[in-house]
Design a protein around this ligand. Structure first.
Ligand SMILES: N[C@@H](CCC(=O)N[C@@H](CS)C(=O)NCC(=O)O)C(=O)O
Length: 272
């Protein structure tokens, strides 16, 4: 019996092909890196609030109007009786509770000098949280979330929603965004090209950080850290949700740093 239960979002079956939510992906990569025993509990989109509240976790995020946004991941560690409901807090918890497990240090000291300056609005405000004693990583996490969230409209259309609850989920996305129908999320070809250009230039600034260390694929060269998982989690979402040709473009931009990072993280990407 696994000691950790990891709650992730179930999209269209089979989950092994559709699993694409970036914050749960950060947790999966961290759990696999740590090599701790766990099992995944899959939660359908309409059930997230109920499941999260059932686990005694308050909302870790707010919508723009100030109302609660119930999210995953959550982990429940049955060995310690601790439940944690935010991806960054989970990584800090794993590091502090299982410091030497698996690949070792999730947060090796490094400078993560990347700031995203937004020209696009972020659809849902990002979580506000403590830095857990790792301020460099916490700031990097916030900036990466902002950089990818500003371009998330490229990916929304391609989320493989579960056919069993697709109407309900689409209606909820429409309600949150305050738009009138799902079609409002669909970008015209021109708007898509413009947003892809912005995505490319945003990732160009990030690529500089990866290229500082030429024996890549990771920020520290051969050793993966939680900073690689933060970026890699968003790349998993891009891989699943972007049209194939656009994903190939992303992989190849900036000397293929992101394609190489994505592939190098396969060793930590097993779905359990
Ligand atoms: N601060 C949270 C944010 C988690 C979050 O935003 N999760 C998204 C998936 S990536 C979610 O649960 N969305 C549910 C929904 O859209 O209803 C964390 O980092 O864990």
């Amino acid at each position: 019996m696994a000691s950790i239960v990891f709650y992730d979002i179930a999209h269209k079956p089979p989950v092994s092909e559709s699993c694409c939510s970036p914050n749960p992906w950060k947790t999966r990569l961290a759990l696999n890196f740590k090599g701790v025993q766990y099992s995944t509990s899959w939660v359908g989109m309409p059930d997230i609030s109920k499941v999260r509240q059932g686990l005694g976790q308050p909302a870790s995020r707010k919508f723009a109007n100030g109302s609660d946004f119930y999210t995953l991941p959550v982990i429940q560690d049955t060995a310690t009786n601790v439940t944690v409901g935010d991806s960054f807090d989970i990584a800090v918890y794993l590091q502090r509770t299982y410091p030497d497990s698996g690949g070792g240090d999730l947060f090796p000291a490094q400078t993560l000098d990347y700031t995203f300056v937004s020209s696009y609005e972020i659809p849902i405000p990002l979580s506000k949280r403590d830095d857990g004693g790792f301020p460099e990583y916490a700031r990097f996490n916030t900036n990466i979330d902002a950089a990818f969230s500003a371009h998330v409209q490229l990916m929304v259309e391609g989320i493989p929603l579960d056919p069993a609850t697709i109407d309900q989920t689409k209606a909820e996305f429409v309600r949150r965004a305050g738009v009138s129908s799902w079609d409002d999320f669909i970008l015209t070809r021109e708007a898509r090209e413009k947003l892809m250009e912005s995505f490319q230039s945003t990732l160009g600034d990030l690529a500089k950080l990866f290229l500082q260390n030429s024996d890549g694929p990771f920020l520290l060269g051969q050793k993966a850290s939680y900073a690689d998982f933060i970026v890699g989690a968003w790349l998993r979402m891009a891989q699943v949700t972007l049209p194939k040709q656009e994903w190939e473009e992303v992989r190849c931009w900036h000397g293929s740093v992101f394609g190489q990072l994505h592939d190098a993280l396969d060793v930590y990407a097993g779905i359990k």
